[in-house]
Design a protein around this ligand. Structure first.
Ligand SMILES: O=C(O)CCC(=O)C(=O)O
Length: 370
């Protein structure tokens, strides 16, 4: 049994809501449903924090779970240490507290033993009044992490929402991708203009993409028709935009009409590139299923730094629009085998679906000079 405490900022609130849902859905070692004994919140400033500190600690629990900002936590943890029997060594925290500030602001050794999650699936802990981090070499399998990873705005307009697709939806998408990959224009390694072919395999919906243009038919596959872009997928894209930006008007206006569905085996990669063959600045919605990968999200000027490496796991959503719409991005290393959940229906490899608004409405092909 745990007690949950959180600051009142939206990120901390969201983190504990997601934690509580996942925690209480599971069983403990004796097969009994896990419980949250109580949930207590507190303001970041202008309070004595004594009352929430007492409420958080008055029931005997196995552990405390905390989500807060460093500023709010500095005052609350001080109160917990001074006025209650709270023990940092029995407390786990969310990535909002992954900051050297929290250890430095506490009295000598006052937070030693506190552990928490980093935003990328690692661990941090306080030892000898210092915050240290442990980044696992191989990612834990999706679904095997107790702490939900937090949504992060990687750059303005570029938002990563981990675990956005539930297992059922991932399963349905895998089934749909299997059907789409059969054609009429089947999934294939796209030929490159200077010879060779891409290591990923791709099938398109709505519009057919070859480097560097969209066409109405599969011009590199005998002119076969392109599988239509289904309405339900456009609805899913609108939901993604709504969740990423929290802006219902932008979501309603989103009209994706093309999707590139990429399959990565262990050795497939995608070099740094811009999605710039669309005639429209609407966001790109990216959905990942299967094995995890390192997705590099860079800047709009060139393929180099600055960039951020993001681990995309099964079920993750990544939306990039606004100032980040034309940022260079790519999948720089091979995917990590056996990190996906076979319950999705995909027992190896990685599927990525990107939904795009082409801004094209004629039947003519539009060519972009690379
Ligand atoms: O696989 C991914 O996550 C990225 C796909 C991508 O960059 C693209 O289709 O343009």
């Amino acid at each position: 049994m745990v007690a949950v405490g959180h600051g009142r900022d939206p990120r901390s609130r969201r983190a504990v809501e997601r934690f509580a849902a996942r925690w209480t859905a599971g069983l403990d070692r004796d097969g009994v449903h896990r419980e949250v004994a109580r949930t207590v919140d507190w303001p970041a400033e202008a309070a004595s924090w004594l009352r929430p500190a007492r409420r958080l600690t008055e029931t005997a629990v196995d552990a405390w779970v905390i989500a807060d900002t460093p500023a709010g936590w500095a005052r609350m943890s001080e109160r917990l240490r001074e006025s209650t029997a709270w023990a940092p060594g029995r407390t786990v925290a969310f990535s909002g507290l992954d900051s050297a500030e929290i250890a430095a602001s506490a009295a000598q050794g006052g937070l030693d033993g506190l552990v928490g999650a980093t935003a990328t699936g690692g661990l941090w802990f306080v030892e000898g009044s210092r915050l240290r981090r442990h980044v696992p070499k191989a990612p834990e399998r999706a679904g095997h992490t107790l702490f939900p990873r937090d949504p992060v705005e990687i750059a303005p307009g570029a938002v990563h929402i981990p675990d956005w697709l539930d297992l059922d939806l991932q399963r349905r998408l895998v089934e749909a991708c299997r059907e789409w990959s059969k054609g009429p224009a089947p999934m294939r390694h796209t030929a490159l203009p200077r010879g060779g072919q891409m290591s990923i395999q791709t099938v398109c919906l709505g519009w057919h993409w070859t480097p560097y243009r969209y066409t109405r038919t599969a011009i590199d596959q005998g002119g076969e028709p392109v599988t239509p872009f289904p309405d339900w997928l456009a609805d899913l894209g609108r939901r993604a935009v709504a969740d990423a930006y929290g802006d219902p008007a932008e979501a309603t206006a989103y009209r994706p009409d093309a999707a590139l569905i990429n399959f990565y085996d262990e050795s497939a990669r995608l070099g740094m590139h811009q999605d710039k063959d669309e005639r429209c600045g609407a966001p790109v919605v990216s959905l990942s299923i299967g094995d995890a990968c390192t997705f590099r999200f860079g800047n709009t000027l060139d393929r180099g730094a600055p960039y951020t490496d993001v681990e995309l796991r099964s079920g993750d959503l990544f939306v990039f629009g606004g100032p980040s719409r034309f940022a260079y991005h790519g999948v720089i290393r091979g995917t990590r085998p056996e990190t996906g959940d076979p319950a999705t229906g995909l027992d190896h490899g990685r599927l990525n679906l990107t939904l795009r608004e082409t801004g094209l409405c004629s039947t003519a092909a539009v060519v972009t000079v690379p």
